[in-house]
Design a protein around this ligand. Structure first.
Ligand SMILES: [Zn+2]
Length: 245
């Protein structure tokens, strides 16, 4: 599943289609009547965490890649596209994703300050939200899209490793300095992820995610399915501290 930085990469990659008219909108999505988009001009591309937003004058198409979604720019795949937008000299194709139409103004439904990659990201608001969930595990908090929109499982594992916090620590047990470190590292690592993903070197930089040994102390890393979403978590029991309230 693409995490926030991958959606930012997509947004940059499709920039050439901003301001362009769709000459045909097709696809096998059952949720949206695509005909209405033929002849419409794309006014903008936005992202909110893992949501990719294609903006038209009065409506928006929201793409969520779920587990197996993918896209192709100016080329196709052999499988049928869920959504295909044709331009006079180009095309955008989306596969195995969820497509939804949003008629509400985006500012009314999206809290841009919760998106770790957005210029409007607000760490003070994230801190407030975290403090209102003292018993939430940090591994769940990082994946909570209303607090850290865009953070996915890889970022979660790497951030917790970087800040030496055990994934089963409850948010309320973190000393203030550690809480701030967690919040700022979620952003710092997301931008590192963006840089490395563009260089095709992301995996090479993983310290904990999918790893078997702790690069800091050589101890075996634990792999466990944790939190309310039961996601794969890699951590070191020796150098990631379990804080207790
Ligand atoms: Zn370690």
């Amino acid at each position: 599943m693409p995490e926030g930085p991958s959606i930012v990469i997509l947004k940059e990659a499709v920039e050439e289609f901003r301001g362009r008219k769709v000459i045909a909108a097709t696809g096998n999505t059952q949720k949206v009547d695509l005909q209405q988009f033929t002849g419409q001009v794309i006014t903008d591309f936005k992202s909110w965490g893992k949501h990719f937003l294609i903006c038209f004058p009065n409506t928006t198409l929201r793409i969520h890649f779920m587990l197996f979604g993918s896209y192709r720019i100016n080329e196709g795949k052999s499988t049928p596209a869920r959504l295909s937008l044709q331009f006079d000299d180009g095309e955008l194709n989306f596969y195995a994703c969820s497509v939804q139409q949003i008629d509400t103004p985006l500012d009314e439904i999206y809290d841009w300050s919760a998106d770790v990659m957005n210029p409007d990201w607000n760490p003070a608001k994230a801190e407030e939200k975290l403090k209102s969930h003292p018993t939430m595990l940090v591994c769940d908090a990082l994946l909570d899209q209303h607090i850290f929109s865009g953070v996915g499982n890889i970022i979660k594992n790497e951030v917790l490793f970087r800040v030496h916090i055990h994934p089963k620590t409850q948010v309320g047990a973190l000393p203030p300095g550690k809480l701030h470190e967690l919040i700022s590292e979620a952003v710092i690592y997301s931008f590192d992820f963006l840089t490395w993903k563009k260089e095709f070197t992301l995996r090479k930089h993983w310290l904990a995610h999918t790893k078997k040994t702790c690069p800091r102390d050589g101890m075996p890393l634990i792999k466990e399915y944790l939190g309310k979403t039961n996601r794969r978590t890699f951590y070191c029991e020796f150098c990631q501290e379990l804080y207790v309230a």
